[in-house]
Every structure is written in C-alpha cells, then in structure tokens.
Design a protein around this ligand. Structure first.
Ligand code: GDP
Ligand code: MG
Length: 347
C-alpha cells in the first residue's frame, strides 16, 4: 500500500489506505507495478542462481591458462592450432590428434595450456552475454604478408571489451611477402605496441607451416599466465562453462564443458542452463575416459537431460534436487524474459 500511496501522492492525488480508486487508475498502477516487480524478481533470480561465496585465498592453487585464437579469416588460426597440437603429440599416440572435443590441453615445460577451438570472438561474445568469462589470454593471429585486416580490428575490440590479455602471433613468416615490422606498425595504430618497441604487447613471429616460433609463442603464453596469477580452488564443487554441445544418436546429449573452479567427478549432480542430470561418463581432449577433472580442464560429459547452449554456466550440486531446482529456476527466468518481451510488444 505505501508504494501505491506514494505514487498517487507524487501525481498530486491525496489518498489514504481506505480511498477508493477507479478502474482505469488501478489498471495503470497495476501494470506499472507488475513490470516493476517482475524486473526486481528477474534480477534476483538470476543473481541468486549464480551467486557464489567468496573463496579463501588459502584454498587457491595455480591453474593453467585458457587461451583462444582470434584473427582475420585465412590468417592461419586453424593451422596454428593444429601446429601447436601436433608439436605436442606424444609420440606413438594413435593417429596423432585423437578425439576432437572443441578444446585441447597442450603441455610445455611440464605446464599445461588449455586451448579453445571456438573462434575467440564467438566464444566470448556468447559468454559475456550470459555473464561468464571463459578465456584468460587471446592469441591474435596476423598474417605477416597481409597485415591488419577488418576482422583483426574486430578481434582486438572484442578482446579489449572483454578485458582479455592479447598476445600477437605474426604468422606466415615463411612467405616471401612477409613483413613483420609492418604488422607491428599497423597494430600500433590500435594501441597494441610491441614489447620490443617499448610497449606492453608481446608479438611473436611464427610459421604454422615450418613451426618456427611456436615454442616461443607457448612460452610467452606461460609467462603471461604467471603475470596474471591465475588461480582456482580445486577442492570444491565444480563450476564452469559449456563450450559446445550436441545430441548424439547413440549417447544422447554430449556436452564439452570447461571446468573453471573445483573438480568435476563421475556421479556428480550437475545443471547447465535449463538442463540437469548426473555425470555418467567423462572423456578428456585425447579421448581417454577420466573420472575427475580439475580447474581449466575441458571435458566431454554424458548425462545431461538435454543439450545446453554454448556459453551457459554449469554447476555441480550436492543433490539431484538442487541440480533440478537450478535448471527450473533458469527455465522460469527465461520464460519471464520471453513474457516480458511479449508484453512490451503488445502495449
Ligand atoms: P584461418 O581461416 O585463420 O583458420 O586460416 P587457415 O589456418 O585455414 O589458413 C589459411 C591458409 O593459409 C591455408 O591455406 C593455410 O595453409 C595457409 N597458412 C596458414 N599458416 C601458414 C603459414 O605459417 N605459412 C604459410 N605459407 N601458409 C600458411
Ligand atoms: Mg579456420
């Protein structure tokens, strides 16, 4: 009542809690009031759903960096990822690169780096829309014979907006027309100044074809990771993000998730967006069955009730009921948003 009285007062109508108001006036208030409340409820729901207690610094241990590759079409993103993975193939492993799950873990100097296959900008625009962040470092690939192109600029803007560190890979240095200095000069116009020019951005000349510079690039990623002091608590319920998901005829919903905090185990109750279930099986990026996955590990899981969307947050819960409640709240929230959209269109 006090909210309604206050509103009428502000409109110059002197009312008390016993005053009768006409239908039109009531309707006007009701419509406004409902929208106002719905907005409050909506915000609370999603916040409540994703709310986390702050973690103890003492429980945090260092975790591998999560890296994506961005850049203009044909500048060599796919080739570079392949070269990085092949450099890393354990000799004797059948078929070199085995399973493809949309992400891979590379080992260098006994440390791990997690690479996402999704083109960086797609991955983190989708994730940012849902309030999550997947990537720590972006490798910006620029072809040395082509220089900065429109999608290079787009990638720079996306990475900057998302607050992600950029390391530049100046690719195709084996080509006759390659001009490393020109690339650095062009990038300087977008506020990426090479470290050897007194700036803050590491730029590593590489060739995905000859593999020159690949090790240096990976070492640079690890150095950057040290600067960022990436940490997570491995001893808690898992939480992370869906990288990709599909429906498999035989296996049902198959989802690749990136564990960001905690450790995910076989048998854990989980929810991802509107879906929930129990982890029935887990496979790592090399196709090995595993029973647990810690921070920064990409893993393919079976057991969700449906196919979640890339970019949605997943959480492990103590009980099946809690996982289900998470999914149901998520559904209710999505419905409200839909309804709200409809209402605004009608009125
Ligand atoms: P993407 O569109 O950024 O994923 O680029 P791709 O990896 O598909 O590469 C585009 C083309 O450039 C392909 O024909 C590659 O073989 C070629 N390419 C990629 N990296 C190199 C490189 O280091 N040297 C040379 N000479 N060609 C490359
Ligand atoms: Mg490609």
């Amino acid at each position: 009542p006090s909210t309604i009285i206050k509103k009428l007062f502000l409109e110059g109508k002197m009312v008390t809690v016993n005053t009768e108001i006409d239908f039109a006036g009531a309707e006007e208030i009701a419509l406004e009031y409902e929208i106002m409340c719905e907005k409050e409820v909506k915000v609370d729901m999603i916040e409540e759903l994703l709310k986390e207690e702050e973690e103890n610094e003492a429980d945090m241990t260092s975790r591998p960096p999560v890296v994506c590759v961005m850049g203009h079409v044909d500048h060599g993103k796919t080739s570079l990822l392949d070269a990085i993975r092949e450099t890393n193939v354990i000799s004797g492993e059948a078929g070199g690169i085995t399973q493809h799950i949309g992400a891979s873990v590379v080992k260098i100097n006994d440390r791990k780096i997690t690479f996402l296959d999704t083109p960086g900008h797609e991955a983190f625009t989708a994730m940012r829309m849902r309030g999550a962040q997947s990537t720590d470092i972006a490798i910006l690939v620029v072809a040395a014979d082509d220089g900065v192109m429109p999608q290079t600029v787009e990638a720079i803007n996306h990475a900057k907006a998302a607050g992600i560190e950029i390391i530049v890979a100046i690719n195709k240095i084996d080509k006759p027309g390659a001009n490393i200095e020109r690339v650095k000069q062009e990038l300087a116009e977008y506020e990426l100044l090479a470290a050897d020019w007194g700036g803050n951005t590491e730029m590593v000349p590489v060739s995905a074809h000859t593999r020159e510079g690949i090790e240096e690039l990976l070492e640079m990623v690890l150095l950057q990771a040290d600067v960022l002091e990436l940490k997570a608590n491995p001893d808690r319920m898992a939480r992370g993000i869906v990288i990709e998901a599909k429906l498999d005829k035989g296996k049902g919903p198959v989802s690749t998730v990136l564990v960001q905090k905690g450790t995910l185990h076989i048998g854990d109750h989980i929810a991802a967006g509107a879906n929930y279930g129990k982890v029935r099986a887990m496979t790592d990026d090399r196709g090995n069955r595993i029973t647990e996955a810690g921070p920064s590990t990409p893993v393919e899981i079976l057991g969700l009730s449906g196919v979640p969307n890339a970019g949605e947050v997943f959480v492990a819960k103590e009980t099946a009921n809690e996982a289900k409640a998470f999914a149901e709240t998520f559904i209710a929230d999505s419905k409200e948003k839909l309804l709200e959209g409809t209402k605004y269109r009608i009125s």
